[in-house]
Design a protein around this ligand. Structure first.
Ligand code: ARG
Length: 460
């Protein structure tokens, strides 16, 4: 089979080379972008009188036919065509004849692939944003119901202070909002047309890059062609954006795994999103959050993989760059599926408020409140208050009770300055609601935070 580039060769390529060199097995995903890019290029060439109107019409009709052949499954993807760019151009020429051979005037596969892959990535940045918003909306629904549901707030995975579950979920809303901002800012930054850069140095033909950029919906035209044909920052950015988002998903997943254990028992994932064991009939496993945690690793791999591909490349295009696509496709598909399934798992999970509440009775969660009481009501310096509270905790341990259940008499034995009003400070719910500084866990503050996210999600 003759290659498009075979003019200077006397022997044909080996089968092994075809397999090794080809990207057609995966870059065919970019067929829409490739056809749109070709149409814009042809239209620009026509405006510049490099192609005639008749030639443009043929090219346009031919490309539409190629598109419908691809979509109906009739298109024959052959590894010997190497990549989608050549496969489509070849089929176009089969259909329309010589006019098809003119399409590649003032263009190279180097700017062509840069256009296709950039357009795909830009679109995916925005599609992922929509999926994150849907997940956030589902989290808001759950959070709204639990602005008074106590659970132990932790540091070092040790019980620290009582918080409410809505507040806990609000932390993830903050993370996902930052993720959205990253995807949006990558979209803005990379919305630049590579078309017309040709192989590396531009072209002697009288082209209009601004015009083709506009046709493709790009905000502007790239400044330096040598950079543009080898720039894959946009691909690295979406990989980083997805990696960071998956890291957040993974943290939440880790909590879901812990929370659905007998030891925590804070949530129960629905049957629809849990799995069983092939040997232990009693088991209900949290495979969904476990896989989300695991897939995060694979996404990081794609980011590190592409960073490594890029780091030693001299200007400009090098075939190494062809290794950019699979990792991005895989990460994008993983991100999309992950966001959807996490949303469903959260929507259908059961929140076991009783267990959350009773876990607050372990670990003397209101100890800080006692210290704060001693400072505020008894005018005791914080360091001393900390020490006195330590004594009260030790006393509770000795009695086998939680500090929130200790009798006034026991506290007064430790320090006579303590009076009746201390008991209010030890109530766990009061402890949570006392933290009403801006961004704090108090129910009123949590509700404010959730309002903030709701407004954000409504685009206000
Ligand atoms: N399949 C190639 C890629 O994905 C397209 C660009 C090839 N350019 C070239 N000069 N060989 O990177």
């Amino acid at each position: 089979m003759e290659k498009m580039w075979s003019g200077r060769f006397s022997a044909s390529a080996s089968n092994l080379l075809d397999q090794f060199n080809a990207s057609i097995m995966y870059d065919r995903k970019l067929y829409r972008e490739d056809i749109e890019g070709s149409l814009a290029h042809a239209k620009m060439l026509t405006k510049q009188q490099i192609l005639t109107e008749d030639e443009f019409k043929l090219i346009e009709e031919g490309l539409m036919q190629v598109k419908s052949e691809i979509e109906s499954g009739a298109f024959e993807w052959k590894i010997s065509d190497e990549d989608l760019h050549m496969a489509i151009e070849k089929r176009l020429t089969d259909i329309i004849g010589d006019a098809g051979k003119k399409l590649h005037t003032a263009r190279s596969r180097n700017d062509q692939v840069a256009v296709d892959f950039r357009c795909y990535t830009l679109r995916k940045n925005l599609e992922i944003v929509e999926l994150i918003k849907k997940l956030m909306k589902e989290i808001v629904v759950v959070a709204d119901k639990h602005t008074e549901t106590l659970l132990p707030g932790m540091t070092h995975l040790q019980h620290a202070q009582p918080i409410n579950f809505g507040f806990h979920l609000g932390a993830y809303l903050s993370m996902f909002k930052r993720d959205i901002q990253r995807f949006e800012s990558s979209y803005e930054r990379n919305n630049i047309s590579p078309l017309g850069c040709a192989a590396l140095a531009g072209t002697p033909h009288n082209i209009d890059r601004e015009y083709s950029a506009k046709l493709l919906g790009f905000e502007s035209v790239s400044v330096n062609c040598l950079d543009t044909v080898s720039d894959r920052d946009f691909a690295l950015e979406i990989l980083f954006n997805i990696s960071t988002m998956m890291m957040h998903i993974s943290r939440l997943s880790e909590e879901l795994v812990l929370w659905s254990s007998y030891e925590f028992g804070f949530v129960e994932l629905s049957d629809e999103y849990s799995t069983g064991s092939s040997i232990m009939p009693q088991k209900k496993n949290p495979d969904v959050p476990e896989l989300l945690r695991g897939k995060t690793g694979r996404v990081y791999g794609s980011l590190i993989g592409l960073l490594t591909v890029m780091k030693g490349l001299p200007l400009a295009y090098n075939k190494d760059t062809q290794e950019d696509k699979e990792g991005v496709f895989d990460a994008v598909e993983t991100a999309e599926l992950s966001l959807e399934i996490l949303k469903e798992a959260i929507k259908t999970m059961q929140v076991k408020t009783k267990n959350m509440n009773s876990a607050c009775k372990i670990g003397h969660l209101s100890a800080t409140d006692l210290a704060d009481y001693l400072v505020e009501k008894c005018d005791i310096p914080f360091r001393e208050a900390h020490f006195i509270t330590g004594k009260a905790v030790a006393k509770s341990e000795e009695l086998g009770i939680d500090l929130s259940d200790i009798d006034l008499s026991h506290l007064q034995e430790i320090d006579a300055r303590i009076s009746q009003d201390v008991l209010d400070f030890l109530v766990l719910e009061n402890s949570m609601n006392a933290r009403k500084s801006q961004g704090g866990t108090a129910s009123i503050r949590t509700k404010e935070q959730l309002e903030f996210f709701k407004k954000y999600l409504e685009g206000k």
